[in-house]
Design a protein around this ligand. Sequence first.
Ligand SMILES: *[C@@H]1O[C@H](CO)[C@@H](O)[C@H](O)[C@H]1NC(C)=O
Ligand SMILES: *[C@@H]1O[C@H](CO)[C@@H](O)[C@H](O)[C@H]1NC(C)=O
Ligand SMILES: *[C@@H]1O[C@H](CO)[C@@H](O)[C@H](O)[C@H]1NC(C)=O
Length: 813
Amino acid sequence: MGRIERIVHFHVAFWITLIAAFLRVCHGDLSYSVQEEMKKGSVVGNIAKDLGLGVKGLSDRKARIEIERNGRRFLDVQGGELVIAERIDREELCGSKSSCPLNYELVLENPLELHRIALQIVDVNDNAPRFPKNEMKLEISESAYKGARYPLDEAHDSDVGRNGIQTYSLEKNEYFTLSVQSNSDGSKYGELVLDKELDREQQQEVTLLLTASDGGSSQRSGTAVIYVIVLDANDNRPVFTETIYKASLPENSPSDTVVVTVSATDADEGANGEVTYDFSRISDKAARLFSIDNISGEIKVIGPIDYEDKYEYELRVQAKDGAGLTSNAKVNIEITDVNDNAPEIYVKSLNVPIPENTPPGTEVGIINVQDKDNEGNRQLRCSIQQNAPFKLNPSIKNYYTLVTTAELDRELVGEYNVTITATDEGSPPLSSSKTIHLSVSDVNDNPPVFEEQSYNAYVSENNKPGSSVCSVSARDPDWRQNGTVFYSLLPSEVNGVALSSYLSINGDTGVIHAVRAFDYEQFRSFKVQVVARDNGSPPLSSNVTVSVFITDENDNSPQILYPTPEGNSFMTEMVPKAALSGSLLSKVIAVDADSGQNAWLSYQIVKSTDPGLFTIGLHSGEIRAQRDISESDSMKQNLVISVKDNGQPSLSTTCAVYLVISDNLAEVPELKDMSYEENNSKLTSYLIIALVSVSTFFLTFIILIIAVRLCHRRKPRLLFDGAVAIPSAYLPPNYADVDGTGTLRSTYNYDAYMTTGSRTSDFMFVTSYNDNTLPSATTLKRSPGDNSECLNFTSLDFTDTASKCSTLAYYMG
Ligand SMILES: *[C@@H]1O[C@H](CO)[C@@H](O)[C@H](O)[C@H]1NC(C)=O
Ligand SMILES: *[C@@H]1O[C@H](CO)[C@@H](O)[C@H](O)[C@H]1NC(C)=O
Ligand SMILES: *[C@@H]1O[C@H](CO)[C@@H](O)[C@H](O)[C@H]1NC(C)=O
């Protein structure tokens, strides 16, 4: 043992004793500390003394160290001392733990005592740092940049604490420095830091010596050799000939058209200089349209190119050499437009139908034209056919308004098919057209128009009520109800009676009906305004005048005014005895309510006492002597005169004229006897009596029937009333106005009848029209005949008539 060793030993012993004393005081247990690797038999501590028992005491009490099963006995009791029984390797027992205690129990018998002995193994720097491998190989590319770090294998030292690895050092060299790094557990490792770029061409390999040192008092160290192999780098990337390739491609280019060829060169040789191409970034859409040849760099069309779809593509191509170095370039492909899209015409709004009263210039629709092409190919011209009253006004952008240019008239043109044509300015130009259906809706702008300016209707009197008189018709070209015509009569009065009681009109057909029978003698014509009205709103109407002319029928027999048929007094004409041939003796005055031929009267002597003595003017009714009156002529002369009109058939009336040939008025009373002296006077009287009786009976019978009817029907049917109520002739002043032929001029010649019987008559007409029965017509026909009572007796002998008609002498002038 050298001097230094002895000093250390002393020190250790001193410290152990101190610590042991301290432990014993504190814990009552025995605690020792011992360095590892002590020789067998080395004294750890004086246990006899520490327990205060002495060597003898210890042996007496059989002091011994108890070991747990499988435990290793590192300590033993020899004499009064604890000694090392076996070499202790701390690293084996406790590894890298910093504290390494061993616990034992000291057993003393008699009395039994247990003392715990804690033995702290103290590390000794007995291990040198060691690298896992003595050589390390690093391949570093010559292109590695300055400052690049390369971690190195960590060296290992079994010792702990300061005896563990404390530092690394690197043999000084040109290229690398060392940087020592710590792990989280405190262990350390080194990193090579490139201090100067390597150049394989200068030095292919660098050898370095790395030393790891621990911090023990007798420092130990381990080394490793680092071989750095400098690798050759692929210095050169492929280089594109251009950074941006620009290409222009017309749309619709067929497949396989080469768009552009990209090309890159690589300065490296061999595999490093072999360049392949690919798209490095490409949209899905572009990927469907373009392909690139990996070897040649040709970019080709593989899909349909549509300018309208997309007009610009940006692709990225990548050139890659065999070692994987790449570079990128852009390819911009611009698609050029081809006029492949026809214009499109859209009707954005349409106000149909268009009312025909729309003023010119009204906007009826909005048209939009579009063309997907570009530039001139989308410049559009829009036109409309010329013959329709519409035009296109350019509005904003590609919008046009469709406006009317003229008044519309549905009645002329009810619908238009307007064709709009749009043409682009491409070459060749494309065009398309669209037809718009424009309908014109009706406005009630046409009043009904009668087919004729005025209508004349001719109705013969005594017509059947309900019979049609005439038919008017109006046209209205408007649509549906605006053109539906209804007819009506404008209310007015005819002779003070509402028109509606004369005429009615069928509102739908325009047929005018007579409501009652007309009487020519009452009025010959009247005018009616017929209104045709359409059903529009507001309605339009027009009117037309219908002149109704009533034509005469020979329904009135001549009526004798003179000699008056009234009264029973015998009117006689005095004829001077000296009357010469041709002298005017008397005149029969008769009228006929009819007109024209029907009132053209002719007079005839049908019976005379002395035929040949008197003549009557055929048309004048003047009774003249046919020859000179002689004394031999009978004083009393009777004439029966027939007055006949010229109708078809003609009607006639007879009357008697009594003439007395005498110059002396005193002889006249004898005339009274004259009638009684007639041969037939008796028979006549009988006849009259019989007739009166029959008449009375007949009247009574009729009154009865009427009464019964009234009771049953509660409806006055005075069919015969007119006949009965008719008064004997009442002659208005007009009757005096007699023209040469004896025909009444007045049109009012029948007023009398109408005033007395009109109420009843009106009533009858209304009911009869409704009932479609026409008894009134017959009644009416008869009544004028009744009026002239003479007619009833035309078949009688002239002497009977004499009883009815008396004659007065009448002298002209
Ligand atoms: C407009 O066109 C429609 C259908 O195409 C046709 O039925 C109609 O008769 C045409 N009208 C005119 C006025 O040409
Ligand atoms: C009739 O004309 C009116 C305007 O006067 C109009 O509103 C209406 O629609 C037209 N009726 C028809 C059926 O056309
Ligand atoms: C009948 O028509 C004319 C013009 O045609 C008009 O002046 C007159 O007012 C109309 N009369 C009636 C009652 O409608």
